[in-house]
Ligand binder design. Structure first.
Ligand SMILES: [Zn+2]
Ligand SMILES: [Zn+2]
Length: 644
């Protein structure tokens, strides 16, 4: 008999040799139908793997990341089977699961896959899936494996085999197709119910442009049609909401070759959004006891040697400039500058927690191929702050930081978020992680406790902490369900020591503070990119670059329109008059295209009654109201940062 420990801590006893699938069946048939794979002592494997020792078991379904990636990788095998039946003689390289779906790289021997071919391949895959073919694993000797692929004439698989040893080679067969693969796979093809091949691309073998170009076919599959439909609809919507498209249409940002790749220029409309975000951050931080600082964009090499950015982070920094025989670097992070502000004065426990905040400008050397709109840039403005605190204060400070994240999520209508708590691995202390076993245990426990108490959804990821402490990555989802990594919130017990930061504690002894690095609004670049998609460019009034457009129906009312406009401007509302000689219908359409939240239409009746007719973006005609009334509506909506 063997003992099997489940994620909830329960331990049950089973016959030696039982499989995860049989365990699932013993729990319920319903569960067994959903099981895709299993983790045995943290390693993902087939649900048909015999269990011969005491182990920790987790059953994977479509609902978890391991389940999805096993599902998609198995779908790549199905794609290969379909390709082989339509393109005999095709040779295959690798077919991994990716973020959303899978791909397979193949050598079609001079043939091409057309869009119509994709449809036939989908049809073929559906046929093959419906056969419910099991994915059968077979251990095979290296010589037999070489013989198989030599006969098939697949030099790519032979290349993969060259790097493998006897005892670690397995084949998987489903239906008519056999692949060299270490697995794991789903139990049978029948689980794949909805298939979409999304695109074809060229990909150099092993990513090297000196090598032959292979054909890469991308696809995505689901266990039901409904999820595929939703996914395709989301992709369609994401295209409309593409931040690069909206950013141009709405005059938010631009790039210029003479300025350089990855260096966005913020246009007047984008600058308004930036200033509103900074106003929000400054108000929130000031209420939470933060102090603002300003630091230079460059610093001497010696500081980055102290911080450890050099040489470890050098590849991500701009090359240095030399002045008066000293090397200077553009700053890639604000932390070292803030540490220097901490150490500029002698500190006592009475000065702590010290919270230093700055919307700091950083420069990072991202590879040209990695640059992407506002999401991957070389110049970024970070909602940064560093909190220097004692161990006793840590839990409260950390809780307050989390509360700030949640407060922002509410303001922006971000309903779905998860924090990923990355922990250390005790076996790697002194190598991958700073050798402070007690501090690791203490801080990880404190962080976990705060997350649980604050009811924040989180997952724990072992062995992914930062070198200097546990790390919390914050993932958020836009209104159309796309995932973004917003920012990290980090605990740091190493930098303080590296920089010799000290304060005098209550017992009059020198102590090193803990440091919390936090940036709830991430960078302007990434966050505004996210907001453009999230709001589809329709910013709530408080964030909208232009909040009100006043539309006189003819020249006769331009003077009154300007008087109303003046009142709005004086109340701090961003407003403009459209006094072009156009028909009001055209003025309304143009204003809607620019996604301006409020339109005030003015004609004879409005002028006589000192009123306006209100049209609200997305809601249409709201009727007529007095100028004083619209002023107070707007003022309160802006002041409360109402999310429409
Ligand atoms: Zn495989
Ligand atoms: Zn930092």
């Amino acid at each position: 008999m063997i003992n099997v420990r489940f994620p909830d801590g329960a331990v049950r006893t089973y016959e030696k040799g039982i499989t995860p699938m049989a365990i699932a069946k013993s729990i319920s048939e319903g569960l067994a139908k959903k099981v895709i794979a299993a983790s045995v002592d943290g390693v993902v494997c087939d649900a048909s793997t015999p269990l011969n020792n005491d182990i920790a078991l987790k059953l994977h379904t479509w609902d978890d990341a391991e389940g999805k990636s096993t599902f998609w990788h198995s779908s790549a095998h199905l794609l290969a089977e379909a390709v082989e039946s339509l393109f005999p003689g095709v040779k295959f390289w690798v077919g991994p699961a990716v973020d959303k779906g899978f791909y397979y790289d193949m050598d079609l021997g001079g043939r091409h896959i057309s869009e119509e071919n994709l449809l036939s391949l989908e049809k073929k895959m559906n046929e093959l899936a419906a056969k419910n073919s099991p994915y059968i694993k077979k251990e095979i000797s290296k010589s037999d494996a070489i013989a198989y692929f030599t006969e098939k004439g697949d030099e790519y698989k032979l290349d993969l085999l060259a790097g493998l040893q006897d005892g670690e080679i397995t084949f998987y067969t489903q239906g008519e197709f056999t692949d060299l693969c270490r697995g794991p796979h789903i139990p049978h093809t029948g689980l794949i119910k909805a298939i979409k091949l999304t695109s074809i691309a060229g990909a150099y073998w092993k990513g090297d442009e000196k090598n032959k170009q292979l054909t890469r076919v991308y696809g995505v599959t689901f266990p039901n049609q409904k999820e595929l439909d939703e996914h395709l609809q989301m992709l369609e919507e994401a295209k409309k909401r593409d931040h690069r498209k909206l950013g141009k249409e709405l005059g938010i940002f631009t790039f210029d070759d003479d300025v350089g790749p990855g260096l966005p220029l913020w246009m007047p409309n984008g600058t308004v959004v930036i200033e509103e975000l900074e106003r929000l951050a400054k108000e929130t931080e000031s209420a939470a006891g933060y102090k603002r600082v300003v630091t230079p964009h460059i610093a001497k090499e010696s500081m980055y040697l102290t911080s450890g950015h050099l040489p470890y982070y050098q590849d991500s920094m701009y090359p240095p400039m030399e002045l008066e025989g000293v090397k200077y670097y553009l700053k890639a992070m604000n932390c070292p500058h803030h540490h220097k502000i901490f150490s500029a004065e002698s500190r006592s426990y009475k000065d702590l927690p010290l919270r230093l905040a700055e919307y700091g400008t950083c420069y990072r050397y991202e590879q040209s191929g990695e640059l992407f709109g506002l999401m991957r840039v070389r110049c970024l403005h970070m909602n940064d702050a560093h909190i220097y605190c004692s161990k006793e204060d840590f839990a409260n400070e950390f809780r307050a930081v989390n509360d700030m994240y949640i407060k922002y999520f509410n303001i922006f209508g971000i309903d779905k978020y998860v924090m990923r708590l990355s922990l250390h691995d005790p076996a790697k202390l002194g190598q991958k992680y700073i050798n402070e076993p007690e501090l690791w245990k203490e801080t990880e426990e404190m962080v976990r406790k705060v997350l649980i108490e604050s009811n924040i959804p989180f997952v724990e990821v072992p062995d992914e902490g930062a070198f200097y402490g546990p790390k919390i990555d914050v993932q958020i989802w836009s209104a159309i369900g796309r995932e973004f990594t917003l920012a990290t919130n980090q605990v740091d017990f190493a930098q303080g020591r590296r920089f010799g930061l000290q304060y005098t504690n209550k017992d009059n002894q020198a102590e090193t503070p803990l440091i919390i690095h936090r940036a709830p609004l991430g960078t302007h670049e990434r966050f505004i990119g996210f907001l453009l998609e999230h709001y589809a460019g329709k910013f709530p009034v408080w964030l909208a670059p232009l909040q009100v457009k006043i539309l006189p129906i003819s020249d006769k009312f331009n003077a009154y329109a300007r008087r109303v406009n003046q009142q709005l401007l004086e109340a701090g509302i961003r407003s403009e008059v459209d006094d072009r000689g156009e028909k009001v219908g055209k003025k309304i359409r143009d204003t809607e295209l620019m996604k301006i939240p409020y339109m005030l239409v003015i004609g004879e009746k409005e002028q006589t009654e000192n009123s306006v007719s209100v049209r609200r973006q997305g809601k249409g005609d709201m009727g007529q109201c007095a100028v004083s009334e619209i002023l107070s509506t707007l003022t309160s909506e802006i002041k409360n940062r109402q999310n429409i």
